[in-house]
Design a protein around this ligand. Sequence first.
Ligand code: PLZ
Length: 444
Amino acid sequence: MIEQRRILRTALPGPKSAALAARRKAAVSSAVSGGNDLYVERAEGAILVDVDGNQMIDFGSGIGVASVGHSAPRVVAAVTKQATSFGHTCFMVSPYDSYVELCEQLAKHTPGDFEKRSALFNAGAEAVENAVKIARAYTGRQAVIVFDHAYHGRTNLTMAMTAKVQPYKDGFGPFAPEIYRMPMAYSYRWPTGAQNCAEEAFAGFASLAHIQVGENHIAAVVLEPIQGEGGFIVPAPGFVTMLRDWCTEHGVVLVADEVQSGFCRTGKWFAIEHEDVVPDLITTAKALGGGLPISAVTGRAEIMDAPVPGGLGGTFGGHPLSCVAALAAIETMETEDLAGRAAQIGELLTGRLTDLASQFPQIGEVRGRGAMIAIELVVPDGSKTPDAALAKAVVAGCGRRGVLMLSCGSYGNVIRMLPPLVSEFALLEDAMDVLAEAFAEAIG
Ligand code: PLZ
């Protein structure tokens, strides 16, 4: 058992991590970014133990994966048992029950009370890419609408769907065609003010869709119900409903990309439930696997069954170890009410961050839902100029004190909190104390 407490035994990074960093330099491509320099040896719950014995509070969860906690007991037991029976057969060649059962669970937990089907893949990007293929096959149309600040992956198609050039697209073109980017209802930065944001963003979207693309060419609108990498942007109230109605009117498939926001993270099973909107397709990954790689596309049966037989698949998609891990993760979310827990975490963090914002005018906005909360940092002169350097300094200050925080945002000026949903409240409070210290230090 790893005690759920922050413990610093060396200056960070310690000597063993520093030695690994040197080996990494000689062996790992420098294009795979560094981030935190602490090499992990063990992890449990919300604590990472590094090779020097330091215990860090994890506020990143491996980018939103460890919702059920690191080495969650049900997941460990299920994977261990599966590894001793069989590892891989390829579901397309020799099928197995955990794949089918996981698709049943996905149908049960995703929004919409219509008949559903799922297909399983490995990574989030692969799920998004397949959702586009499915929507194209179903509609016979090609165009795909995505939004400013969107992140959908790094494969060729999803890279084109991702908004930000640095570092995701730089030098990697040509990009996939038929991807159209529309305004996102980003209240904090909406030029005419938050109160106009949803209406005006939707009007911009509808006009661009009509004039530049043509509704009858659009296969899918792909939307993150809370944008993740783009800066934890919660769409202005009403925007998602307007998109839903527009998609219905024009026969366009609405895809909710819940790779980051799904599976209890935001206080509900899926973030789009906060909008009272039912998407046609939903992409999931990250937390679904309880720490093992797996992703899924789930949605209306008639859409999911549209591609030709054999049109979807892949050697490793829905790997047996990942399927049983996902089933164990879902069982954990159900029995431990992790959606409820995410809502409580959200209250605690929002309270602490709002206090911090009243001390530090550099915190322009505290936003998010449940345990998907962020602060956007700006120059405190009323201009809302993004302050990425401050975000970097605060994240580094947290890191030196044993709290792993991640930044995000199109401007790199957002600090996001994605703690495991099983994090003890005392640990969250400690992390918030550390954040306050790191802020005070960075501002000087
Ligand atoms: N859709 C909404 O958040 C992955 C990417 C980190 P993969 N986000 C973390 C990085 O720098 O690569 C993500 C997401 C949303 C799709 C994806 C892609 O998921 O599992 O990374 O392919």
